[in-house]
Design a protein around this ligand. Structure first.
Ligand code: AMP
Length: 604
């Protein structure tokens, strides 16, 4: 069947009870959203339905309103909603309770990872509707705590997510446990084959409702990418947070451990951040979510599973610290912002390894994700100054101003000038806010970001990379013995400018050393690759490279040397962990040199 009826423009057009209409009014729902316009009618008429809609489109009310309406008469379990995660299940129950605020209906939420007893107690008290994750629901069924035979309406929310989480067999089992003539509503952002098969097997002539472009819809979200060397992701994130001062933000990281580490690194830098992932107890997770909802928490660092279905309206930004592999996961993540018709922003930190993934996501979204630079010191300072200005203005308008004036007069009486007073007061403010204003504020992105920046220049990220001819080859940048004696100092540093790949290293080049060499299979190419890709050095900052048996010496610009030594970033060269910070240039011993060293010969 096709849902061809004219879409309803107001909730009054539906045959819903006044109690529900009043509850919707109280919630501030004035007009049905497009998915509601098209779903509520067919569901009220008793049709099965397949709804394709993104999270944030209002799909909970699209099935929730007819579900509550169907519960008004009768008693006992009559409606069942399946959801992939406990967070989503709890959220759905809350929404249903809101719609049914003026009706005497009873709900139970059943989800894994929590004690059985309270769930059993709720079932024993009697329920009209269960919202559940499939696994825990079946546990209760098997223990004889509940029977599903009486279910008249079965809703599957985020069916594709349930499939991804391995619930497909549980879902079919649940279908088999319900009566044949129950009504079914299936919501899914995408329609993978197993879900289509379930729909074919269990839905009868369903109305198909699709309010947005097939599959993906993230058009209302502003999306940006920041190219960053992998070792500098945290620094890039911190700069973004400092320069943009976003409102409530979800930062997605790949693993539970990286969520914990990232949240704690952000807290160390005075951000208000907490992690959310599956290793945490239910109570701890609920505590974090409640802090986010009540605006006591700014930054939530989460895994996909923990944040699935999370609906917090005031999320202004989603930051992908680690880019997801699949475009559907990407859409789901960024759908945490831009809720209920608001605009939202998504920022992706993209390393070289992510380029293919991002290209795939762009192709699926049929949209180019705009490249933006890592914020410069000047941008960060500008933002901090703006924030300070805002606070100063509101302090000036604050009702306690007469007291402030009295304090100023007291200082004046003691001979303080306005200027002296102001510099003291601002000094305290700057110290409290850890505001640092250097003499030379750079309006350039940090050095490590400059090499990465050009990568977004074309779709393949090749814009500013040297052509094959100019790239360092096997024998490029190798310090040849016949040239070596010209101007190198005994302490291992060199101040001789050198032309490489057509680009000069600055006149104050410094030679740094790493404790790996040809005996570790290291070639100049490995070093250039690591310095540019992992540590974000521009090609132009790298000069000659000398490989000895157990040591590599690399000439770099003075600026690059400062950056490498202060960053103390560990990285890998052919599996060997190395760190410039461990080997300051002045203490570099002079390496034993190999005549006419051929970097790759050993590996053949
Ligand atoms: P959902 O897609 O069901 O998770 O809903 C996303 C958000 O939109 C939730 O915060 C709902 O409360 C809100 N919402 C749903 N329907 C409406 C409506 N008709 N008018 C205003 N807000 C709505």
């Amino acid at each position: 069947m096709s849902a061809s009826a004219a879409p309803a423009e107001s909730f009054a057009q539906f045959a819903i009870r006044p109690e529900i209409a009043a509850a919707l009014e109280q919630l501030g729902f004035e007009q049905p959203t497009p998915i509601q316009q098209r779903c509520i009618g067919p569901l009220l008429e008793g049709h099965d339905l397949i709804g394709r809609a993104r999270t944030g489109s209002g799909k909970t009310a699209a099935f929730g309103i007819p579900l509550i309406e169907s519960l008004v008469d009768g008693s006992g379990l009559r409606a069942l909603v399946l959801a992939p995660t406990r967070e989503l299940a709890m959220q759905i129950t809350k929404a249903l309770r809101d719609y049914a605020a003026r009706l005497p209906l009873r709900f139970a939420t059943l989800y894994g990872g929590a004690a059985y007893q309270p769930q059993l107690a709720a079932l024993r008290r009697g329920v009209d509707c269960i919202v559940a994750t499939p696994g825990r629901l079946l546990d209760h069924v098997r223990r004889g705590n509940v029977t599903l035979k009486t279910v008249r309406l079965l809703v599957l929310d985020e069916a594709d997510e349930m499939l991804r989480m391995g619930f497909i067999d549980d879902i079919t089992e649940i279908f088999e446990l319900t009566a044949d003539d129950r009504q079914v509503a299936l919501f899914s952002a995408t329609m993978p084959k197993p879900i289509r098969e379930v729909a074919k097997a269990y839905l009868k002539d369903p109305a198909e409702v699709q309010v947005e472009q097939r599959g993906f819809s993230a058009d209302h979200i502003d999306q940006a990418r920041i190219d960053v060397p992998s070792a500098y992701k945290l620094e890039a994130l911190v700069r973004v947070l400092q320069a943009k001062s976003p409102g409530a933000t979800i930062i997605f990281a790949r693993t539970r451990q990286s969520c914990d580490e990232l949240a704690s690194s952000l807290c160390d830098r005075s951000f208000n951040a907490r992690a959310l992932h599956g290793d945490m107890s239910q109570a701890a997770r609920e505590d974090v979510l409640s802090a986010l909802r009540t605006r006591r928490l700014d930054l939530l660092v989460a895994t996909d599973v923990a944040a699935r279905g999370l609906d917090v309206e005031h999320i202004t930004h989603v930051i992908n610290f680690d880019l997801p592999e699949e475009s559907e996961v990407y859409v789901n993540r960024i759908g945490r912002t831009g809720r209920a018709g608001r605009s939202g922003k998504a920022i992706n930190l993209v390393t070289r390894r992510d380029h293919n993934t991002l290209r795939r996501i762009e192709a699926q979204l049929k949209r180019r994700i705009e490249v933006v630079g890592v914020p410069s010191d000047a941008m960060i300072l500008g933002r901090q100054r703006e924030a300070l200005e805002g606070e100063l203005l509101s302090a000036i308008e604050h009702p306690d101003q007469p007291q402030v004036r009295r304090l100023i007069e007291m200082f004046h009486q003691q001979g303080w000038t306005d200027e002296r007073l102001l510099s003291g007061a601002l000094g305290i403010l700057m110290r409290d806010r850890q505001l640092e204003i250097q003499e030379d504020i750079s309006d350039q992105p940090p050095l490590w970001a400059r090499q990465s920046e050009g990568r977004g220049g074309d779709r393949h990220g090749r814009k500013d990379r040297p052509g094959r001819k100019d790239r360092p080859g096997r024998n490029d940048r190798v310090d040849r013995p016949d040239r070596k004696s010209r101007g190198d100092r005994k302490d291992g540093t060199s101040d001789r400018p050198r032309q490489q790949g057509g680009q000069p290293v600055d006149a104050n080049a410094v030679t740094l050393s790493l404790p790996v060499g040809s005996e570790h299979g290291i070639s100049p190419r490995d070093i250039v690759g690591a310095l540019t890709n992992e540590l974000g050095l521009p090609y132009a900052a790298i000069g000659r490279i000398h490989i000895a048996d157990q040591e590599a010496r690399i000439a770099v610009s003075r600026e690059a040397a400062d950056h490498l030594l202060s960053g103390r970033k560990a990285f890998f060269l052919r599996g060997n962990p190395v760190n410039f910070g461990d080997a300051p240039p002045r203490s570099t011993p002079k390496p034993r040199t190999k005549k006419h060293h051929k970097p790759r010969a050993k590996r053949r």
